[in-house]
Design a binder for this molecule. Structure first.
Ligand code: SF4
Ligand code: SF4
Length: 391
């Protein structure tokens, strides 16, 4: 098989990960394996994976049927991710929720917290209480205690013992995945980039749906190798002498608006070179400390660093934002927020101020999972990219 063919097959596997995962999860559940549904980067995957349980993402990214259904119970003026997630479970249109033995939620934004209270009536739930302050002196011990409660709840509910050794193995595996994601972002640093932003998105989403971690790690490794080699041979996604404008995309809830934002940005000739947000580069660089004698402490320590806008003050995110812009040689920043996501919408203004101080062009677009604003978004993104091209 040629390298091109091999890469194309790997990328297809990433793109189809969610579809294939529904069969995987059904079989796993029928075999008696434990499936845990989760919604967020704060869900401690190392603890879930340690006893061999599978973790699946329950975030809804589709509009119809879940959102109109969810609006019969939830306020319409709520983030589409929350409504879509709830509506998919209410209407039984999410196979992953159907096969989940238990759902884990975390008290991130208010909408999610309150939705979990309603979800608890539909499915067995465990809610992890997340501190608001990411300052380790103030929050680390209470956060670790919450994670210990979660571990205890899994042990009791499923009659297993999660040992430190299990946790260490799981930390090691997921550290490999994290470091591969960081290497993937490195491909965006090349000029022209060795990978498109759309391809990166596909790999990021696959993290939650390629449940055979060994296979996921092997395929990602091969993808990175081939993409690096292709770039050196001038066969990357862009021609060698092509220099598309370089965009950093920031935001949350993006998987429900990929076509009208991320795909549009790249269809219009720009290249997304990096992402900033909870699954962006900032969260992928530092691994969980494998030398920590207490693996639960090491997990808590790392997860408190997730740069999510629900934290206040979210200083770490802002301190490192310009470093990312400079390191990836970014021409412009596009902040994408979804309707009614107050945490990210409000922090977007802070990012705009930082960009203004540093003379980096910035565009903030607000959108929703509902169709109808594609044309307007395209016009704004097109004008922004044209402005960057003319600079
Ligand atoms: S943006 Fe925040 S709340 Fe949303 S998935 Fe990421 S960490 Fe969780
Ligand atoms: S996108 Fe914003 S409002 Fe929606 S769940 Fe995430 S943090 Fe909460």
């Amino acid at each position: 098989m040629s390298k091109e063919q091999e890469l194309s097959e790997i990328m297809d596997e990433f793109a189809n990960a969610k579809k294939n995962a529904s069969i995987f999860v059904k079989n796993a559940s029928e075999n008696g394996d434990i499936v845990i549904g989760s919604f967020c980067q704060y869900a401690p995957m190392e603890i879930i994976n340690a006893p061999g349980f599978y973790n699946v993402l329950l975030c809804g990214f589709n509009y119809d049927p879940p959102i109109p259904l969810a609006e019969t119970e939830l306020p319409a003026n709520l983030c589409p991710l929350i409504k879509s997630s709830y509506g998919n479970i209410l209407g039984k249109t999410c196979p992953f929720a159907f096969y989940s033995d238990i759902i884990v939620g975390e008290t991130t934004c208010d909408g999610k917290k309150k939705m979990y209270e309603m979800l608890g009536k539909l499915k067995d739930m465990h809610v992890i209480h997340l501190p608001n302050v990411p300052d380790k002196e103030r929050s680390l011990s209470s956060w670790q205690a919450e994670l210990e409660l979660f571990k205890d709840a899994l042990e009791k509910r499923f009659n297993v013992t999660i040992t430190d050794e299990d946790l260490r193995k799981s930390i090691h595996t997921l550290n490999i995945e994290r470091s591969q994601t960081a290497r993937m972002y490195e491909l965006g640093k090349y000029d022209p980039p060795a990978m498109t932003g759309l391809q990166m998105r596909s790999v990021l989403t696959a993290e939650y749906f390629m449940l055979d971690k060994k296979n996921k790690i092997e395929k990602t490794e091969r993808m990175l190798q081939i993409m690096e080699e292709n770039w050196k041979e001038g066969k990357g996604p862009y021609k060698k002498d092509e220099h598309p404008v370089r965009i950093l995309v920031s935001g949350a809830g993006l998987d429900g608006v990929i076509d009208k934002t991320i795909k549009t940005i790249e269809d219009l000739g720009a290249a997304i070179v990096c992402y900033e947000g909870c699954c962006g580069i900032l969260n992928m660089r530092r691994p969980i400390d494998e030398s920590d004698p207490d693996p639960m402490h090491a997990i808590a320590d790392k997860y408190l660093e997730v740069p999510c806008a629900v934290m206040s003050p979210n200083t770490r995110r802002f301190e490192q934002f310009m470093d990312t812009v400079k390191e990836w040689n970014v021409d412009g920043v596009i902040s994408i927020t979804v309707h009614a996501c107050d945490p990210f919408d409000i922090e977007s203004k802070k990012l705009e101020d930082i960009c203004e101080e540093n003379e980096v062009p910035f565009l903030h677009v607000r959108t929703d999972y509902a169709p109808g604003d594609e044309g307007q978004l395209r016009t704004r993104i097109e004008a922004f990219i044209e402005m960057l091209e003319n600079r």
